[in-house]
Design a protein around this ligand. Structure first.
Ligand code: MG
Length: 454
């Protein structure tokens, strides 16, 4: 075990049987049981390869510390989180690598409130693992494994309690759901049928080789869904990422709605309901969400980038809504974490109540153009590159709360290292696509200069 940090932005992740090994899962189980036990620990997994192998190794580690394991099997991350927040065990653990490429898997630790544990707790788990100071239960106190199949139903009932079910049912909308061969297939199609929709499923067979499309529901990865929307004349297209905490929407014409836009459609309704409401979002979000919230007389609370930071801030402030530009929406009355199925229910509720097509809801939003690019960097130089970027831009108007946000005359450029992969991401925003693309190129050039200097 090298001394590098195990936990990234979203738990521990690595390539299956290379740096994400069964041995690491076992020791993580022992460390998690030592730090968060004793008591029951809920374990679940997405459809990825190695999911069963890792969850069994992890469970063995937990049992050896005297914790009991409640195994909910295959489930979206938000399903496990909802189950944990309802049942209040000592903790939860999900075997998932979310949207990462198929060869990745990982482990995410959930606190007893259903939210990913804090950085401090992650550091404690990591310190315990590295020092191997595991709690070892006596032979009479080894834990047991229980299987529980209630999580998905509880999650579905929870979501439905927050939307106008009858009004949605009346509209009899047609929904195409691309679950990307993962666990979203276990929840969202059932939810939409319960909401009276005609459901067409794409990539709904669970398969960790991801034969249908890569796990990230990006515009280029949802071409089949776009085609299906056009040929079926359906009302709403939904695509989830690997663990279904996020949803990408496609309108009735087959156009992909950006994460910023779907978040803004939901935010404009929820923040406007109560003047003075607070919305929590990372610095990577742009002017669209800022404008929508201002129009409603709401307040924005900016955070560092990472869903965990948004969740914890939502709880601290008791804020009304959270969201990210990647399509992650946090609806605290349900739970303060991203939830792809809840987000889908909120969108279809707006469509049904206002009797508008999704394209119509998008048209009402102010238009800004964004560009996203990424560049591979040597893993070991990630930190040095950021230092170089900071000294290269010392005299430019900028925000350094998380990564580097350069404020331009008509927009901005945000440069950040990925928390999980050896890449740097560059986002830009401007009033025209050309200008935004130009900003992004400027950002990529700057990263290249910083790489060459390291
Ligand atoms: Mg995810």
């Amino acid at each position: 075990m090298t001394q590098k940090k195990l936990f990234g932005t979203n738990g521990v992740r690595g390539v299956i049987n290379e740096n994400m090994t069964v041995d690491l899962a076992l020791r993580l189980g022992k460390a998690i049981g030592t730090v968060l036990g004793p008591g029951k620990i809920v374990v679940g997994r997405d459809a990825r390869m190695g999911g069963e192998m890792f969850s069994r190794a992890l469970s063995s580690g937990l049992l050896s510390t005297g914790c009991s394991v409640v195994d909910i099997g295959l489930a979206p991350t938000p399903t496990l989180q909802f189950f944990v927040s309802t049942e209040q065990p000592a903790a939860g653990v999900v075997v998932t690598a979310s949207h990462n490429p198929p060869e990745f898997n990982g482990i995410k630790v959930i606190g007893s409130n259903g939210i990913e544990v804090s950085r401090t707790t992650e550091n404690e788990i990591e310190a315990c693992l590295l020092s191997e100071t595991f709690r070892v239960a006596s032979w009479t106190n080894i834990g047991s494994v229980y299987h529980d199949d209630r999580a998905i139903n509880m999650h579905l009932e929870g979501i439905k309690s927050h939307v106008a079910v009858d009004e949605i049912r009346e509209q009899k909308l047609t929904v195409v759901i691309d679950s990307g061969n993962s666990v979203g297939a276990l929840v969202t199609p059932i939810l939409m049928r319960d909401l009276g929709c005609k459901v067409v499923s794409l990539n709904s067979q669970i398969d960790g080789s991801f034969p249908g499309r890569p796990p990230e529901p990006s515009p280029e990865n949802v071409k089949d869904l776009r085609r299906a929307m056009q040929s079926l004349k359906a009302d709403l297209g939904i695509a989830h990422d690997g663990d279904a905490d996020r949803a990408t929407f496609v309108d009735e014409n087959g156009s992909v709605v950006s994460g910023d836009q779907s978040f803004a459609i939901i935010a404009s309704r929820i923040i406007c309901r109560k003047p003075g409401s607070t919305l929590v979002t990372p610095v990577s979000s742009g002017r669209l969400i800022e404008e929508v919230v201002q129009r409603c007389g709401g307040k924005i609370d900016w955070t560092t980038v990472g869903s965990v930071d948004v969740s914890h801030r939502l709880e601290e402030l008791g804020a009304e809504l959270g969201g990210e530009e990647n399509g992650g929406v946090f609806f605290p009355p349900h739970q303060s974490v991203r939830d792809g199925a809840m987000t889908s229910a909120l969108i279809i509720e707006i469509m049904a109540k206002e009797r508008k097509p999704l394209s119509g809801l998008v048209k009402e939003l102010p238009t800004y153009y964004t560009t996203k690019r990424k560049i591979e960097v040597p893993r070991e130089k990630k930190g040095q590159i950021l230092n170089n970027l900071l000294s290269l831009t010392e005299n430019i108007d900028r925000i350094t709360i998380d990564g580097l946000k350069l404020i331009k005359e008509n927009g901005w450029i945000l440069i950040r290292p990925s928390g999980t992969e050896p890449i740097y991401r560059c986002f830009s925003e401007a009033p025209t696509q050309e200008e935004s693309d130009r900003y992004c190129t400027e950002g990529i050039d700057l990263i290249e200069t910083a790489i060459n200097q390291s």
